[in-house]
Design a binder for this molecule. Structure first.
Ligand code: COA
Length: 316
C-alpha cells in the first residue's frame, strides 16, 4: 500500500490544565511534568460523527478523490453513542459513498490494525482506494470526577486514504489479553434471565502497568519492523508514536538512543486521542510539508487489550 491522502479534525473547545484544576484536585505542574499535556480538545457542541466526516473529507481532498472512488471504509473507534450500526456506516451515509464499511476496535492501536486489514484487502481483492478513519471520543467515557484518567484524554479524528503500492515495508501486531489494566464496560440491558448486576463503569486504568507495557511493547515492535524492513534507526526520518504520555515517548526514544527531533509530538495540544493520535500527527506533519518524499516513517501504538502494533512505511 501507499498513503495518498491525510486529514484530521478536532473539537473547537480547548480545555487547559488550569481549567481542570478548577474542579479536580490537580494542577498544571503535575499534569505537564507527568504527561506533557498542556491542553486537550474536548467535544462540546460538535459530534464525533461530524469530526469523522470532516477528517474524511480532508483526506479525500488531499488524495484528489471523491467518496465515489472509495472501495472500502474502515473505521477505528472504541465507543460512540451508536453500538450499532458501525460508525463507518454512518460516515458512509454522510459522505454519500456506496462501498462496504467495517468498524474495528484495536483501542489506541486501532490505526495499525486498520492498516494491516487494508493491506490485506488491497492484496486479496480488486479494492483500489480504502479510507481509514480513526474517530475517538474518550472524554465521553472517562470519569470526570476522578483526576487520574480524565486529565489524560482528548477527542479527535484522523484519516488516511491508502491505495495499492509498495511503500509498506513491514508491519507487526501483537495482542496479549490483559483486560484488568485498562477497560471500559457499558451497561447491559436486563433480561428476564439476567439482571444487570454491575452496570456501567467509566474507564478504569492501572497507569503504572500500562506505562511499563507501553514502553516494552513499543520498543520490541519498533525493533521488529526495522529488522523486517532491513533498516536501522538511522534510516528512519520520523518515529510517529501513539501520543499517550510524553514520558512514555521519551522512554522509548531513550531505549532506541535517538534524538528528540525524530519523535514529533502534539500531545501537549491534544492529549491522548486514542487511535486518532497517529493519523492526526501524520496529517499535521504532511500539511506542514515536514515529510520529504521517500522518507521512512516508523509508527508504533499500544492500548487496551493489550493491543500493540508498529509499521515501517515509506512516504510517497
Ligand atoms: N493530579 C495530581 N496528582 C495526581 C493526578 C493528577 N491528575 N493523578 C494521580 N495523582 C497522584 C496520585 O494520586 C499519586 O499520589 P500519592 O503518591 O499521594 O498516592 C501520585 O500522583 C503519583 O501517582 P502515580 O499513579 O504513581 O503517577 P505516575 O507517575 O505513574 O503517573 C500516569 C500517572 C497515569 C500519568 C502514568 O502512570 C501514565 O501515563 N500511565 C500510562 C497511561 C496511558 O498512557 N494510558 C493510555 C494508554 S493507551
Amino acid at each position: 500500500m501507499k498513503i495518498i491522502g491525510t486529514g484530521s479534525a478536532l473539537p473547537s473547545l480547548s480545555v487547559t490544565n488550569d481549567m481542570l484544576a478548577r474542579f479536580l484536585d490537580t494542577d498544571d505542574h503535575w499534569i505537564q511534568t507527568r504527561t506533557g499535556i498542556q491542553q486537550r480538545r474536548v467535544i462540546s457542541k460538535e459530534s464525533l460523527k461530524e469530526l469523522a466526516v470532516k477528517a474524511t473529507q480532508n483526506a479525500l481532498d488531499d488524495a484528489g478523490l471523491t467518496a465515489a472512488d472509495l472501495d472500502y471504509i474502515l473505521c477505528s473507534n472504541i465507543a460512540n453513542n451508536y453500538v450499532t450500526p458501525a460508525l463507518s456506516c454512518i460516515i458512509q451515509g454522510e459522505i454519500e459513498a456506496t462501498c462496504p464499511c467495517l468498524d474495528l476496535n484495536g483501542a489506541c492501536a486501532g490505526f495499525l490494525y486498520a492498516l494491516d486489514i487494508a493491506e490485506a484487502f488491497l492484496n486479496s481483492y480488486q479494492d483500489k482506494n480504502i479510507l481509514i478513519v480513526c474517530a475517538e471520543e474518550p472524554t465521553r467515557f472517562v470519569n470526570w470526577n476522578e483526576r487520574s484518567t480524565s486529565v489524560l484524554f482528548g477527542d479527535g479524528a484522523g484519516a488516511v486514504v491508502v491505495t495499492k503500492g509498495t511503500n509498506l515495508k513491514a508491519l507487526t501486531l501483537t495482542t496479549t489479553s490483559k483486560v484488568d489494566v485498562l477497560y471500559y464496560r457499558r451497561l447491559l440491558e436486563n433480561t428476564p434471565y439476567a439482571a444487570n448486576a454491575e452496570g456501567t463503569e467509566p474507564l478504569v486504568m492501572n497507569g503504572r502497568d500500562v506505562f511499563k507495557l507501553a514502553v516494552s511493547s513499543s520498543v520490541a515492535d519498533i525493533k521488529k519492523v526495522m529488522q523486517e524492513a532491513s533498516i536501522t534507526c538511522e534510516d528512519v526520518s520520523y518515529f510517529l508514536l501513539h501520543q499517550a504520555n510524553i514520558r512514555i515517548i521519551d522512554s522509548i526514544r531513550e531505549h532506541l538512543s535517538q534524538s528528540p527531533d525524530k519523535f514529533p509530538q502534539n500531545i501537549e495540544k491534544y492529549g491522548n486521542t486514542s487511535s486518532a493520535s497517529i493519523p492526526i500527527l501524520l496529517d499535521e506533519l504532511s500539511r506542514a510539508n515536514k515529510i520529504k518524499s521517500k522518507s521512512m516513517l516508523v509508527m508504533s501504538a499500544f492500548g487496551a487489550g493489550f493491543c500493540t502494533g508498529a509499521c515501517a512505511i515509506e512516504w510517497d
